[in-house]
Design a protein around this ligand. Structure first.
Ligand code: ARG
Length: 590
């Protein structure tokens, strides 16, 4: 898809090409430095070298050789030392941007660059019979945003929730249910009870890590082992109890997913791949990639990762015959390759699993699978508490998703009610509830997405819920403000003369709007939703400056008023599109 700044760049390339002084493959454009008054630059170094010239001399020659027509998107060209600097034609830019946003509406910023390609995006992936904690919260939010961005770029995405529903711990859980009874309740509370009876049962057995759920080889007793076996052999009672646990977990999770606008195409748990495991193990052994140890374990030694670095030794089968989390991940890739033939598989998973994915990817490729699939692990850091304290189950201060969202919404509600009592806004009680939900949930999402996912985040409520800083409420507020200006204006004039938008503040907003499509591409290319967050924040700030300095409803002429209103409408639309890619709602009023 070509947006106005893409056509601007194309025109520059063709103008340089027409001079005949630069070989086409050396025409590479660059963003000028922040303090340079230009919109795009051609650094002349390489081209000058090719024709034995000083870069500044070539820049001079090109500047005088390039002719610009009146209706070009190029406004001006100038040599500045070794650079050839281009500015955009303000009038053309204004007209084109407003037309693009107006015509494309909620599709503005989208692209077709991914067309014809599938991407599997895997995220959330919590464990059955457990509440979603901080690791899954980040995965859920980052993964959904990546899914939104990639599908906006034209990829056909398949979102999958790789539920942790396999392993010996389910034998223990069934034994615990048998002993203490099936817990009742709904939502996260039922999962909390399951966690509780699980640790109670383990404590009874004197297991050291009573809470340790993720271990494939939970230190179970005979009863638990018997349940585990029954489950494997499809015993009806065991299956029924297991199904019940899966359903209870899915139901609890779904409530959170709905609030977060999270959607999955499939929720295949690890157990979905159980039938494939013997074949995977057979292939690993046959390919000579693993050694059978004396005790019976199947071990992979000395396998290089994709950079040729030797990976630490790892297991694909235990001595008791059990498979591992890693083995199931390999089967999962094979299944996805055969089912979807995707171009990429993207995993939003905690950075502590970095080594795990290097091992999975290396072994899968060594087996000859996923040759044409780009396997991408998008790692993320930890969530810390409000005072920067570490969160853990053992310390008893773990943060769970439902409780986190409830907390955020309650806080948002009291801030909005405060504004209401100060007369700063007039909303009905239903509106307050609805907006508090969007603001609270939005604040949690944005806190996760506004910076590089590798960085840790803190639950600093004041910052997250501030209406002024780099926060969701500030962005939502800017959008709502645009909408309120438009409501006050009444009907929008159908057409306007965009060329009247000549003030520097107006131009700054217009340029920001024009940059949105590129921000979306970069966010998708780098698996980096924060690029969109950055774009949103800059846009909101530029809009604030425009609105502070220039009047919209009381503009000097009706024509100027109409043009500014169109700028406000386009800003509202683009902000809403950006927020939607992050999974954040854009209320009409706040
Ligand atoms: N269920 C796992 C956990 O809670 C996360 C799964 C991540 N995805 C994967 N394909 N390994 O740690």
């Amino acid at each position: 898809m070509k947006y106005v700044l893409d056509r601007f760049a194309d025109e520059i390339r063709s103008a340089i090409n027409t001079t005949g002084r630069v070989p086409p493959d050396l025409i590479e454009l660059a963003e000028p430095k922040a303090n340079v008054p230009a919109d795009l630059a051609f650094p002349c170094f390489r081209a000058a070298k090719a024709s034995n010239m000083a870069p500044a001399q070539l820049a001079q020659q090109l500047a005088s050789a390039i002719k610009i027509s009146r209706d070009s998107l190029i406004g001006g060209v100038e040599a500045a030392g070794p650079f050839l600097n281009f500015t955009v034609n303000r009038r053309q830019l204004a007209q084109n941007v407003l037309a693009e946003v107006g015509q494309q509406g909620q599709h503005f910023g989208g692209d077709d660059l991914g067309q014809g390609q599938k991407v599997v995006v895997e995220y959330s992936s919590p464990n059955i019979a457990r509440r979603m904690h901080v690791g899954h919260i980040r995965s859920t939010i980052i993964g959904q945003s990546l899914n939104n961005i990639l599908s906006f770029l034209g990829y056909e995405t398949i979102s999958d929730n790789h539920l942790g529903d396999y392993g010996k711990q389910f034998g223990t859980l069934l034994a615990a249910i048998e002993k203490f009874g099936r817990p009742e309740g709904e939502g996260e509370s039922i999962l909390a009870k399951l966690e509780e009876i699980y640790s109670r049962y383990n404590r009874l057995l004197g297991s050291i890590n009573a809470d340790d759920f993720d271990a494939d080889a939970a230190g179970a007793d005979d009863t638990a082992r018997a349940w585990s076996l029954k489950l494997e052999q499809n015993d009806p009672t065991a299956r029924e109890l297991w199904q019940w646990m899966v359903q209870a977990t899915l139901q609890a999770n779904q409530r959170n997913y709905d609030r977060l606008a999270v959607r999955f195409d499939t929720q295949h748990g690890e157990s979905f791949y159980a039938d494939m495991l013997p074949s995977v193990l057979g292939q690993v052994e046959e390919a000579g990639l693993a050694e059978r140890e004396a005790g019976g374990a199947l071990v992979v030694k000395g396998l290089p990762d994709r950079n040729g670095k030797e990976l630490p030794t790892f297991l694909v089968q235990r001595s008791d015959g059990a498979t591992l989390y890693l083995t199931r991940d390999i089967a999962t890739i094979i299944y996805r390759e055969q089912t979807y033939h995707p171009a990429k598989i993207v995993y939003a998973v905690d950075q502590r699993q970095e080594l795990h994915f290097r091992q999975v990817f290396a072994l899968t490729k060594a087996l000859g699978y996923a040759r044409d699939i780009e396997l991408v692990h998008v790692p993320f850091g930890t969530i810390f508490g409000p005072n920067g304290e570490a969160l853990s189950t053992r310390k008893g201060n773990m943060v769970y998703l439902e409780a986190l969202l409830d907390d955020a919404v309650a806080r948002a509600k009291s801030i909005i009610e405060q504004k209401l009592s100060e007369g700063k806004t007039d909303l009905t009680p239903e509106q307050v509830a609805e907006i508090a939900e969007q603001v609270g949930v939005g604040a949690v999402i944005y806190n996760d997405l506004y910076q590089d996912p590798k960085r840790n985040i803190t639950l600093d409520w004041e910052r997250m819920l501030s209406f002024e800083g780099n926060s969701a409420p500030y962005l939502q507020y800017t959008h709502a403000r645009c909408r309120s200006i438009l409501r006050e204006a009444g009907t929008l004039p159908a057409t306007c003369d965009a060329q009247l938008l000549e003030a520097e503040q107006e131009l700054a907003v217009l340029k920001q709007l024009a940059r949105f499509p590129e921000a979306v591409r970069r966010a998708g290319g780098n698996y980096a939703p924060y690029v969109i967050a950055d774009w949103l924040y800059t846009t909101a700030r530029e809009f604030a400056r425009f609105y502070r300095d220039l009047s919209v409803l009381k503009a000097a002429t009706p024509e100027l008023r109409a043009a500014r209103l169109q700028l406000v409408a386009a800003t509202a639309q683009a902000l809403a599109n950006g927020l939607a890619l992050l999974g954040i709602g854009a209320p009409e009023r706040m």
